[in-house]
Design a protein around this ligand. Structure first.
Ligand code: HEM
Length: 460
């Protein structure tokens, strides 16, 4: 019956096929991502079916929307027509009440609590602490070494930044326990949700339980401190989320919701910023012209500082070229592949009917590597983002941080962190790539071959 129902021709659904029930094209997409052919895979679909096509991803009928018009539709119809929706694997691992699953007022309130800590006015005060974390990290893991692996180290650093700056959680065994289970948890986020001991999903689910119990104990401590007057909502994101729970009325958060969202923030900030920094370091060793310009910009800032003096917000605002390089890296290798939305009511889009309950899928790489929008898309060219650029990217085509009401609230945090790290790496070290291959895969985030090993020398 399922097969018959599944195969019934739809009246006016977008072109394409839903494939085998439940599995659909999930394995084919995951395989393409793991062999770094995801862009070609999407492109072939678009060439075959056009910018609107149906497929079946992670157990749900899905419509792939391609192009700036499709992106605009996704980002500007938040709440009324589309709700956010991640694959089932996502919510089973992180929880049902994560911010990206909420809509309307619930979403706005939670976003206020989370985003409040990542506004420029608040971040300005945190640049000095970020600088301290980066120096400590480089002293511990880089200095005195001849070779390091950039990708795992940047993940450690990013995790430390989130723990100290956002959660107010100091170094110690709990922080190490959290980081240990994390890779396992993340690996199953985009997987087919079959919970068996040997499936990726099953392993991630078990890692998620371990991490959840640690986060819950941290939340308990912060709750006690908040009730006893020992902490203010402005101290860290967890206390701020908890203070919502103390308020009366709609929108208050349960403990489970706080835990879900703390787990989500770790995932959102961990494997995105670290990837951007890793690929930026990779790019600088492949393109000497860009490297020289970044070095000059960073040395210009360093020479005006006393030894050991911390970077400030004003210093970061002078790193304009370095940030354009980071933008170009995010265009070619977007850390976040794309995302899903849930269709909240039957809709018609470009003459096609899309039923309630289906998913909409957008992928950043589709427009960011489109030669009609970014000429010579494989060429690394940071000048595309100059304010005087003759052909700036049209709206909704450059979307590594998403768009609309769900645009990444961690953008400024990620930008500050990236600039502080690059400043210290570029002014402190010289390096060469030393992996056997200069390639990467997506799993689901981009992973460079062997974690990007580099030979390093301290710069004097
Ligand atoms: C280079 C770094 C980063 C990239 C490329 C990135 C990318 C994205 C993208 C594309 C979205 C939108 C997803 C969608 O529309 O479905 C998003 C949402 C989000 N990001 Fe980031 N992100 C980064 C860093 C961070 C950091 C550091 C944090 C916080 C610690 C963070 C927290 C979030 C949250 C909470 C959301 C959900 C927003 C909502 O649903 O309202 N991100 N991010």
């Amino acid at each position: 019956l399922i097969l018959i129902k599944h195969k019934q021709p739809s009246k006016n659904h977008p072109p394409g096929s839903l494939g085998i029930p439940y599995i659909g094209q999930s394995l084919a997409l995951l395989r393409a991502m793991r062999t770094n052919r995801d862009r070609e895979w999407l492109q072939q679909r678009i060439e075959k079916y056009g910018p609107v096509s149906k497929l079946n991803l992670f157990g749900c009928p899905t419509v792939l929307l391609a192009g700036p018009v499709g992106n605009k539709f996704v980002f500007m119809n938040e709440g009324n027509v589309l709700g956010n929706h991640q694959p089932r694997s996502f919510t089973r691992i992180l929880g049902d009440r994560i911010i990206i699953e909420l809509v309307g007022e619930e979403h706005r309130r939670l976003r206020g609590a989370i985003g409040g800590f990542m506004r420029p006015e608040v971040l300005k005060r945190s640049v000095g602490r970020m600088d301290e974390e980066v120096r400590l990290h480089l002293d511990m893991f880089w200095r005195g070494k001849s070779q390091v692996k950039v990708s795992p180290l940047m993940k450690t650093l990013t995790f430390d930044m989130i723990c100290s700056l956002l959660f107010g959680l100091e170094r110690g065994h709990r922080r190490s326990e959290l980081v240990n289970g994390f890779e396992q948890l993340i690996a199953g986020l985009w997987s087919i949700p079959v919970n068996l001991p040997f499936t990726q999903f099953g392993k991630s689910l078990r890692a998620s339980r371990r991490i959840r119990s640690i986060v819950t104990s941290i939340v308990h401590e912060k709750r006690t401190a908040l009730a006893g007057g020992g902490r203010e909502p402005s101290n860290d994101v967890i206390t701020s989320l908890l203070s919502f729970g103390l308020e009366e009325g709609p929108g208050t958060l349960t403990e489970e919701e706080v835990v879900d969202n703390v787990m989500f923030l770790m995932v959102a900030g961990y494997d995105t910023t670290s990837i951007l920094i890793t690929f930026l370091i990779r790019q600088l060793s492949r393109d000497l012209d860009v490297y020289d310009k970044v070095l000059r910009e960073q040395e210009g800032i360093a020479k005006n500082k006393a030894p050991g003096e911390r970077l400030t917000w004003e210093d970061l605002s002078k790193m304009k070229y370095t940030w354009r390089v980071a933008m170009e890296v995010s265009r070619i290798v977007p850390p976040a592949f794309g995302s899903m939305r849930r269709v909240l009511k039957d809709i018609e889009y470009k003459g096609y009917q899309i039923p309630k309950g289906w998913q909409i899928f957008w992928a950043a790489t589709v427009t960011q590597m489109d030669e009609h929008i970014f000429p010579e898309p494989t060429k690394f060219d940071p000048s595309r983002f100059e304010s005087q650029s003759p052909c700036p990217p049209p709206p909704f085509s450059y979307i590594p941080f998403g768009g609309g009401p769900r645009i990444c609230p961690g953008y400024e945090f990620a930008k500050c962190e990236t600039l502080v790290v690059i400043h210290h790496v570029v002014t402190g070290f010289k390096w060469n790539l030393c992996a056997k291959e200069d390639s990467f895969i997506r799993n689901p985030v981009p992973e460079p071959y062997e974690g990007l090993p580099i030979q390093i020398d301290a710069r004097h």
